[in-house]
Design a protein around this ligand. Structure first.
Ligand code: MLC
Ligand code: AMP
Length: 504
């Protein structure tokens, strides 16, 4: 028996062969049979290019049907899918491709020259573009189709073989590749199917990016593994979302999506009344947002909790008490515990470090066995989140043990920005903090100490060159010194307090 997650998806592509499972408003509609057949053709093309099971295929492209077919084709031929945020800069991309030893990179035409220049240092790297004049992914697909090439099989995979690597940054400032196995993905989709009673009758309004766990594994995998249609929008845009909503039954999003919808007077019970489920995650959903949503629509957003390394771990119940400010009980098959600083398990109600265990927990960090070892205690994974567990088993995330900013559902590790700033002439030291932001949840403030008066515009330009746009601080402060405690550690909490109104 194969554990390839594609095999679990394919059952439904074949069961719903004539049903439209992927529709792009204004674009293509693909049935189950189209997705099965087209992923077979593209798989054949990938195999023809020399891809072997276990090879990494890195992907930095725009969202669309071809992205979905590529994802399925990579899984089908046993390769490892490595999605990359389209906002990542060339220098960020260089790190990911080199570290992952990517064998094939698929990008947009404007990135081609840069990726071609990496070929000398990444053995065997091949590059295809999504768009452009020649040598595109579409050409490769069309050539295989014209030649009648189709890989109709599914490469057998063991349960702990890798399906995907997704890079997450870390407190060291250096991104780590989370190794996600085929059985992780199947386990997580099964848990969510059960918890949310997801079925082939659900129509998913998909406006999340396809390059993170939320849009790819929680949203797309869950729908496809149930034979449920997906209405796929290129991005979150209130106009498009409101237009598509009448044809959908389930929506998933980060809290910013819901605050933006609430800011639109057209979003009311008439538009939302037929929806079965609104789900939020990736960042804390404010109680005010949850309550305002309830008042406006009569529905309580279902908040769930997870991370790249684990997929989803907790969810508020479908039926029962959806508690604002809590992420709900652990999903079926997931165990959670709250641990004190001394390593002991804390009683209910006390705040400690959240650890999780289950078949959804990833295999470890790519090429970082020591780092992996420090993040696990046996089978228990240390999430880095601070949480409480109520008497009746609800988890509430109350803070972060890790120095992390979450902006619009995207993780930003201050250390990565501080490293760039500290490298610049005249910068003595820096501290980057997240403070409340009405749209993104948190916004980034950079606090610097300099040898002289610093040119903040120049520093911002350097950040733009080296870091994805969403990581660039939006407020810049210069101080004579950073506040430190008696141990010499920078007191970021004081900086957060001082600049808390930066985006008010
Ligand atoms: C874009 N920008 C952001 C940003 N997104 N700034 C801060 N935070 C963000 N999240 C900046 C860009 O750099 C640009 O600025 C400007 O905003 C406009 O860019 P845009 O792309 O047009 O923005 P917009 O379409 O409004 O995107 C905002 C967003 C998007 C919230 C819709 O970021 C989004 O879809 N976020 C979801 C991310 C996600 O999928 N997270 C799940 C991770 S998985 P400039 O100045 O550069 O031009 C995970 C596990 C789990 O966490 O539990 O799910
Ligand atoms: P990522 O590394 O992008 O997968 O982000 C995972 C992190 O997002 C978690 O460790 C949490 O800090 C945060 N997160 C995800 N969902 C929630 C939620 N519902 N509430 C609070 N934080 C969340």
């Amino acid at each position: 028996m194969t554990h390839n997650v594609f095999a679990a998806i394919q059952v439904n592509l074949q069961r719903y062969a004539d049903k439209t499972l992927l529709s792009i408003p204004g674009g293509r509609n693909l049935t189950g049979s189209d997705l099965d057949a087209e992923s077979a053709i593209l798989s054949a093309a990938l195999i023809e290019l020399g891809l072997e099971p276990g090879d990494r295929v890195s992907v930095q492209i725009d969202k669309g049907w071809m992205n979905v077919v590529l994802y399925l084709a990579v899984l089908r031929c046993g390769a490892v899918y490595l999605p990359l945020n389209s906002a990542y800069t060339n220098s960020e991309i260089e790190y990911f491709l080199t570290d992952a030893e990517s064998k094939l990179h698929v990008c947009v035409a404007e990135r081609l020259d840069h990726v071609e220049s990496l070929k000398g240092s990444i053995p065997g790297l091949q590059v295809l573009t999504l768009d452009g004049e020649t040598g595109t992914l579409v050409d490769v697909f069309e050539d295989a189709k014209a030649a009648g090439n189709s890989f109709t099989e599914v490469v057998s995979r063991a349960s702990d073989d890798l399906a995907s690597i997704i890079y997450t940054s870390g407190t060291t400032g250096k991104p780590k590749g989370a190794m996600i196995t085929h059985s992780n993905l199947v386990a997580n989709a099964d848990m969510l199917t059960e918890a949310w009673s997801y079925s082939s009758d659900d129509v998913l309004l998909h406006s999340l990016p396809l390059f993170h766990v939320h849009g790819l594994f929680v949203a797309l995998n869950l729908a496809l593994m149930n034979g449920g249609p997906v209405i796929m929008l290129p991005k979150f845009d209130p106009d498009m979302v409101l237009e598509a909503m009448p044809n959908a039954t389930v929506m998933m999003g980060v809290p910013t999506y819901y605050t933006r919808l609430l800011a639109d007077p057209r979003f009311n019970r008439d538009v939302s009344g037929h929806m079965r489920l609104f789900i939020s995650g990736s960042a804390p959903l404010l109680v005010e947002t949850s309550d305002e949503f309830f008042e406006r629509t009569g529905q309580r957003i279902l908040e769930r909790y997870g991370m790249t390394e684990t997929g989803m771990s907790c969810s508020n119940p479908l039926n029962g008490d959806r508690r604002a400010g809590s992420v709900g009980p652990p999903l079926p098959g997931v165990e959670v515990r709250i641990i004190a600083e001394d390593g002991s398990e804390l009683p209910r109600g006390e705040i400690g470090s959240l650890e999780v265990k289950g078949d959804h927990v990833f295999k470890g960090y790519w090429k970082l066995p020591e780092k992996t070892a420090t993040e696990f205690k046996g089978d228990w994974f240390i999430t880095g989140d601070m949480a409480t567990l109520s008497e009746d088993g609800y988890v509430s995330i109350v803070g972060r043990g890790k120095d992390l900013i979450i902006s619009g559902g995207l993780n930003i590790y201050p250390k990565e920005i501080e490293d760039v700033l500290n490298d610049q002439d005249g910068v003595t030291e820096s501290a980057v903090v997240g403070v409340p932001h009405p749209d993104f949840g948190e916004g980034i403030v950079a606090v610097l100490v300099g040898e002289h008066e610093l040119d903040m515009d120049a520093l911002q330009a350097i950040c733009r060159e080296k870091l994805a746009g969403f990581k660039v601080p939006r407020r810049w402060i210069q101080l004579d010194s950073l506040p430190r405690n008696t141990m010499g550690k920078v007191q970021k909490n004081l900086l957060r307090d001082d600049y808390t109104d930066s985006f008010a």
